[in-house]
Design a protein around this ligand. Sequence first.
Ligand code: 5GP
Length: 198
Amino acid sequence: MTSRTGILLLVSGPSGSGKTTLCRRLSDEDEAHYSISCTTRPPREGEVDGRDYHFLDRDDFQARIKAGEFLEHAEVHGNHYGTLKSEVLDFVSKGRDVVMDIDVQGADQVRSCCDSAIEAALIDLFVMPPSETELRARLTGRGTDAEDVIALRMKNALEEMEHWPKYSYRLLSATREEDYLNFKSLILAERLRVARLK
Ligand code: 5GP
């Protein structure tokens, strides 16, 4: 059997685009490893440390920056978020596909990373909500965040959406099932890429 190197699928899009659900489902179906990020944001109801995020206090986060543990990190909505190298590098080198849910600043950092294994593995996708009205409805509908948090996320979402042309792929969100079909098709096609075969 031919072996291949892993894919690093970087997924961005505003809160409410549905990108986290897509990434999670791919991992639940064992198609890829979901890179669990670190954050200084407090857990939302139902979120579990080590499953949804590694929830860290600011001192711990800073210490890990100093220790060079992050592949990238950024401040989003007033909190720090970062991807640990240990969530990505070993998996990709062993031929395991990795999916990362990451904001546009983090995506810029990974794209400009000089590691040749990362460069070879990387593909990036921007998930767009179907319309501004639908985005607002999705942000409000989650029901877990306060009004001022929603307003900040809406403002950030509109700014974040201007970055989509930097990505190789764009998915305009429709229904959950259609979105997942397109999403999975992307990773299935990328597995056929000759440059990944060993
Ligand atoms: P939330 O707080 O809603 O889970 O995530 C807020 C934003 O942070 C989302 O846009 C999400 O993609 C982004 N994010 C999550 N993990 C990371 C990470 O490790 N690095 C970066 N740069 N952004 C992240």
